[in-house]
Design a protein around this ligand. Sequence first.
Ligand code: XBP
Ligand code: MG
Length: 236
Amino acid sequence: MNRAIIFDVDGTLSETEETHRKAFNRAFEHAGLSWHWDQDLYRELLGVTGGKERIRHYIEDHGGAGAPANNLDDFIRAMHAEKTKAYTQMVTGGEVELRPGIRKLISDAQASGYRLAIATTTTPANVDALLGATFGDEGHDLFEAICAGDSVPNKKPAPDVYLLALEQLGLPAEDCIAIEDSRNGLLSSVAAGIATIVTPGIYTHDHDFGEAALVIEDLESFDLSGFSWDSPVERK
Ligand code: XBP
Ligand code: MG
């Protein structure tokens, strides 16, 4: 079978956004800034994908006291690098685990001959850390294509990262399914023409998933062999 499943990372493979949020706050502290993103504010800021873009949005929309008047790009890049360091340290330190059902879904997919890929907005180093911490050395080899972060000019909800995954897989959209947790991710994969299964995460339960082929609250209950490639699907 020449079909592939393309996985989102944050909120899908693992509930990582709380660790991201803590890493942002550690970076702000490290820089001597008074900024603190609590869960309510972070839920709002998650509407902007990409950590650098999120920091810029926060400065523009929430004042960002302490941000420099010029060389803002360098400031944001440095802040985000510090955040990524803090995040990868927490992940390699064992702070996150796979979402329930993901490990079985991946092994079932492999047993059924599916090819696997990743399409994510997060930074490649974060993907490496997560795959290493959850799958060990063979984690990286599970996925034929890992498309992440700044490898595309436009982040989700733009289709760029999914189009790159299709290109690297050498497959048409109709031979792939995407698995996502958020509306931004769903809009991205659907814009790339890919039927998408959504499994809402802690920060995305209230999102509109109208364009999804299937919405699954509990991934442990999902049986891949029952997924029909043709019929539009119901909310489970
Ligand atoms: C989620 C994102 C990322 C993470 C933070 O990515 O939007 O920006 O929140 O990671 P996805 P970075 O759901 O597409 O996996 O700070 O590295 O961007
Ligand atoms: Mg996600």
